[in-house]
Design a protein around this ligand. Structure first.
Ligand SMILES: [Zn+2]
Ligand SMILES: [Zn+2]
Length: 288
């Protein structure tokens, strides 16, 4: 779905004038959560700098599947309708995206659609152009007013998506503490260290994949950032200029030089009947 520019979104980034620690009423738990996972992660790195390859690969696997949940389900599937997912597959991917700290699908999709509709204008709440790197990277998460769900994503305003908002606290408790079952090193690495890594990998899309200095201020300044592909475990989100140019397409990387594991996953899901109506270059749903 291409989203028509929305009427202005006044006051949404008012928080940029606030001290960094002040939060909106809706996002009051966001900053304490981010501080908690960073303090825990720092303690984990000091106490268990080398957790062993099993735990390390486990953390990487959780981050990878969570990232797939975000890019395939939240981003390409729900926000842009570039593919349709089977409800069971959708629910599994939502779970892992939330387990990875991406928040509920409705809040993610609402913010993201507003971002595309206003890219790099003053109404783009996550743009680094107007309010700087740290605002775009993190602060907007707790200092910008969430958009109106009814206005921005009425298609998701139903029970099957709203329920995830209520499931978020238990999912995050499981995400943070779950590793304890496998011991102290796993507690830190499968929990807070993995959550911090995944958080910053995602936040770099807002802070680093926008702000191309060659673009006039106020115009869409999205850019492809090759090195971010390593941190994204080659899932494709770093090809952000491609994405802004063609937001309704399921494929973000172009050719083998731009790895896009998210698209490979989509093709596999399509083959096994878990994804359909995949929108591809050229506008054909069926063509590759
Ligand atoms: Zn963008
Ligand atoms: Zn997008």
């Amino acid at each position: 779905m291409e989203h028509a520019p929305m009427a202005s979104f006044e006051g949404s980034a008012e928080g940029a004038q606030w001290p960094w620690w002040r939060t909106t009423r809706q996002d009051v738990m966001v900053l304490p959560w981010i501080i908690l996972i960073h303090l825990t992660a720092a303690a984990g790195i000091i106490l268990f700098p080398l957790p062993g390859w099993r735990i390390f690969l486990g953390a990487l696997a959780l981050s990878w599947i969570g990232g797939i949940g975000t890019t395939v389900c939240y981003h390409r599937g729900l926000a842009h309708r570039a593919l349709r997912l089977h409800p069971v597959c959708c629910a599994i991917l939502i779970f892992f995206a939330m387990f990875n700290g991406s928040g509920s699908p409705i809040s993610w999709v609402a913010s993201h659609r507003v971002h595309h509709a206003n890219a790099d204008t003053p109404d783009d709440v996550s743009s680094p152009v107007w309010r700087g790197f740290w605002w775009a990277h993190l602060r907007w998460l707790w200092q910008s007013e969430p958009p109106s769900v009814k206005r921005v994503c009425p298609d998701l305003d139903r029970y099957s998506y709203r329920i995830w908002r209520f499931l978020q606290p238990p999912i995050l408790v499981l995400s943070y503490f779950g590793g304890l079952y496998f011991g102290a090193a796993a507690f830190f690495w499968l929990g807070a260290i993995r959550l911090c890594f995944s958080l910053h990998a995602q936040c770099f899309v807002n802070s680093v994949c926008h702000g191309d200095p060659k673009v006039p201020i106020g115009a869409d300044s999205s850019r492809n950032v090759g090195w971010l592909g390593f941190m994204h475990l080659f899932q494709g989100e770093n090809w952000h200029r491609n994405h802004h140019a063609r937001p309704a397409q399921a494929r973000l990387g172009q050719g083998w030089r731009q790895p896009d594991a998210g698209y490979i996953v989509i093709r596999v899901l399509e083959k096994v009947g878990m994804a359909s109506q995949v929108r591809r270059p050229g506008g054909s749903v069926a063509a590759l």
